[in-house]
Design a protein. Structure first.
Length: 343
């Protein structure tokens, strides 16, 4: 039987790679040929390549398919790219939605690898390209800053608690104040480093300029958005972007007996969601256009947080639209109904 496609689906974890080889024949039948587990290390990558060469048909291209799982898939993706292999990296929500269509009752690493393999055999996937090294560096810096901000908040809360005591320990207060000053200094260093990196790349600098034309979106938020999406490398439309960030709305209804309140999924990139929180608050407070949207949504359902999330989603989708069209923000071209429809 002639083989039309070969796909190696990989469920990536921190320490191991659960791999599944599948084939699509000329009768469009999917055959799961073999499974194996490798270490998520350079030696494991070499063993994976030897396994692939041994079991696949050299006359038919083989595509490696994996999910964008945090950072654990990156080393393997770079290694495969260096070997001139065809690689596709799929957003987790796509695999999750596909998994629901399969008759699988138990979700395990092997069943996940098989689902990824079947997905790769059934769909026409785009080949992954290396992101700009700049995006990877900026993402690391932005995440480091996020950790520093969280740590500083904890220290500030500790300082507040110490000062509220009847007889606070002065040396403790001094150490806490010094720690806050140190964290402030580190945050400034990171922000300056990010700014310098962006300025050195004309294309990214232009993208940041366009994105920051949106009310409430600052240079740091723009840097987070671009770095977390690798310049929207895996994003094909606005809805997909919202889903990737976990800002998509999930409804749960079944006949007349089950009707839960719609909620955002939160099954996505938390750094993107966090990056859109403050821009949404600023846009609502200082821009009449987004303030009108917020007021209209609150008057509709009375839930402020729900309206804020709708504005977050709108701002994030705008960044994608402006980036793709290479045009600055124009409030006269913003469609209000699209926000309300999802709120």
């Amino acid at each position: 039987m002639k083989i039309l496609r070969q796909v190696i689906g990989i469920d990536v974890a921190q320490k191991e790679l659960v791999v599944c080889l599948g084939r699509l024949d000329e009768e469009l039948t999917i055959n799961i040929h073999s499974r194996k587990t490798f270490a998520n290390t350079s030696k494991g990558f070499q063993a994976l390549m030897a396994w692939k060469i041994k079991l696949t048909d050299p006359n038919v291209p083989t595509r490696f398919v994996m999910e964008a799982t945090g950072v654990y898939h990156e080393s393997l993706a770079y290694f495969l790219a260096d070997q001139s292999e065809e690689v596709s990296i799929v957003l987790p929500n796509k695999i999750s939605n596909y998994f629901k269509t399969l008759e699988v009752k138990t979700i395990t690493d092997p069943t996940s690898a098989e689902a990824i393999t079947r997905f790769g055999l059934e769909r026409k996937l785009v080949s992954w390209r290396r992101p700009k090294p700049l995006f990877k560096t900026v993402r690391q810096l932005c995440r480091e800053r996020d950790q520093i901000v969280q740590e500083r908040t904890m220290v500030k809360n500790h300082l507040h608690a110490e000062m509220a005591e009847g007889e606070p320990n002065k040396t403790s207060l001094t150490r806490l104040e010094k720690r806050i000053a140190f964290l402030n200094k580190q945050e400034k260093q990171i922000k300056d480093e990010i700014s310098l990196l962006v300025k050195k790349d004309e294309q990214v600098s232009q993208a940041v300029k366009i994105i920051t034309s949106i009310p409430g979106v600052g240079a740091l938020s723009a840097a987070v958005i671009l770095s977390e999406t690798n310049g929207f490398e895996l994003i094909r439309n606005k809805r997909q972007l919202s889903s990737y960030a976990g800002l998509d709305v999930r409804d749960k209804t079944s006949g007349t007996s089950v009707k839960a309140k719609p909620q955002i999924s939160k099954r996505g990139n938390r750094y993107l969601r966090k990056a859109m929180h403050m821009p949404a608050l600023v846009a609502i407070r200082y821009d009449g256009h987004f303030k009108d949207i917020f007021v209209r949504l609150v008057s509709k359902h009375g839930i402020k947080m729900k309206a804020i999330v709708a504005v977050q989603r709108k701002l994030l989708e705008l960044t994608y639209t402006l980036f793709k069209t290479n045009t600055p923000f124009n409030k006269n071209l913003v469609s209000i109904p699209s926000v309300e429809a999802q709120a």
